[in-house]
Design a protein around this ligand. Sequence first.
Ligand SMILES: O=P(O)(O)OC[C@@]1(O)O[C@H](CO)[C@@H](O)[C@@H]1O
Length: 390
Amino acid sequence: MTVNPANPPRPALRAADKKSFAYFNATHKWREIIEKGISNIRDLINSSDIDINEEGKKIIASMEKLINQIQRNDHLIQIEDDGRPDIITWNDALNTYFKDEDWFTTSWLFAECYIYRRIVSIITNTKHWRNYDPFFRQKEESFKLSFSGIIEFSKRIDELISSKVKIDDSITFYELAKISLLGNATDLSMLPNFGADGNIQTKQSEELEKNILANDLEKAWKWLSKYSNARVDFILDNAGFELYSDLIFSDWLIQSGYVSEVHLHIKLIPWYVSDTTLNDFHWLLKTLKSDDFFSSASEIEKSSLEKLVNRDLNYRKLVYDCKWETVTPFKEAIGPLANSKNAFPLLSLRTGKSDIFVGLDEGVEERLGPDKSWMYSGKYAVIQFSEGNK
Ligand SMILES: O=P(O)(O)OC[C@@]1(O)O[C@H](CO)[C@@H](O)[C@@H]1O
């Protein structure tokens, strides 16, 4: 049987597997996340006009219905048409691959994305709330908490760029990629110090290096440093500090001359609470500008040299969210994205937050022990590169 959404190359991760992180996630996190969205709407309806309030209440009722359907483990139902162009594809996929499946037997990845698509349909089918992101408040609050991290990071990057001592570009590339990888850790001790001797000291660098279980940065650098004026695409993931570190990384790629165009791909809708939407992107720029941190962003069209795919959810999609043996080569796990005729070079920066890892050396899984929580603890990361066929 050919590979399709219901038939990935290895058995799909499913919330029905009680020993899996997927199960924990589905039984604990889903409800919590939807409830957070509800609470954000509830806070707004208390201070809005009557029509907005009434619609807000309807949204809350529909979101509560969604929670009940998950808790009863109902069959997945058609997503209500909201006029968005992807609705046909979604319902087709549901009918073709997941007909008569319920929340726990369907693949974890499909069920999780389906939740967010259902929420978007509920919200889009209103007059006053159609552009509302129920998760924006969390993103805004957590970004504000990372403000001192942003200032500190900016100062250190400035030292690097204006340093009189020549710092090798490869070192800067490695450091920025690692910060981008660990962008959700706004712990200042993780930021690099650019010493007067041109060496970079990352206070926790040894600890961090140990937790990067596969690291293809050298290969990626060897590839990228051959170019000047290339195009790089970032498949963004989370908003806030992560987005900020991705922007700093993009800016350096351009300033260094290897790249002349960076295309930033945001999420059309949030596929997870923390995802970067267009609104988050603009909000970040506005917030940074208001504090004189950041002044402009630009985009031009051309063909891409390299794609940078960040974080856990994007990684799960890349590797089909299935039960790979951890020693499966990354290029095998991403299949056509590595071996099709026009496969583009791809660099993935990912911290592990789900039951899946590929591309590890023999013995790594055994060293980390039988308790599989290392896979989803967020502590371990992989940096994996495929040069593609372009
Ligand atoms: O893409 P991110 O934001 O890094 O992680 C998102 C995610 O993989 O993490 C959760 C598990 O913690 C999943 O439910 C979800 O898909």
